[in-house]
Design a protein. Structure first.
Length: 182
């Protein structure tokens, strides 16, 4: 009888610990990431990358479901075309996501789907392109996936995010960052 009581007490304590650990995975978090953006426009043979950063905040409603939003800067990818000139893109925007999270102990796997409201400034120069500038803005879909490792209230995370930008064949980010859970 004593061993059954001890076993039930240990099992109950384990459940209480697991529940409290998962309860800590809900609530407000803030973070930032740095990485590399890549923009590809096949029509003009533009396939360039630059340093990117983003800042964001989120709220985990449940350990497996949350929302996240923030600002992303894709840098200024540019390409020089021999004898024709150069093209430079400055891209940034505001993004919002619904986040699905799979907590696996100290590691979380996550996916996210949402959108990006972006602004792009285009500058050209050279004998063929001329010295032109213009801008465009729009709202487009965005999707991502990643993993995070918890170190107390701080998580280190890596992620891939794809943006369905008009007139661009590929637009994506690879980034590494940190979050702080309140």
């Amino acid at each position: 009888m004593f061993s059954k009581t001890l076993l039930l007490a240990a099992f109950g304590s384990s459940l209480a610990f697991a529940a409290s650990a998962h309860a800590g995975d809900t609530g407000l978090y803030v973070g930032g990431s740095v990485g590399q953006s890549t923009l590809k426009i096949n029509d003009i043979n533009f396939d360039e990358s630059d340093t990117t950063y983003k800042i964001f905040a989120g709220y985990m409603i449940l350990p497996f479901l949350g929302v996240e939003g923030g600002y992303v800067n894709f840098g200024s990818p540019n390409r020089h075309y021999s004898g024709a000139g150069s093209v430079e893109l400055d891209v940034d925007g505001w993004e919002a996501f619904v986040v699905g999270n799979l907590p696996l102990g100290p590691v979380d796997l996550f996916v996210k789907a949402g959108g990006l409201s972006y602004n792009v400034d285009v500058k050209t120069n050279g004998p063929v392109f001329g010295n032109l500038s213009g801008n465009d803005s729009d709202e487009v879909g965005a999707y991502g996936a990643g993993a995070a490792v918890a170190l107390g209230p701080i998580k280190v995370r890596g992620e891939y995010t794809y943006y369905d930008v008009n007139h661009v064949d590929d637009a994506y980010l690879l980034s590494v960052g940190v979050t702080y859970q309140f």
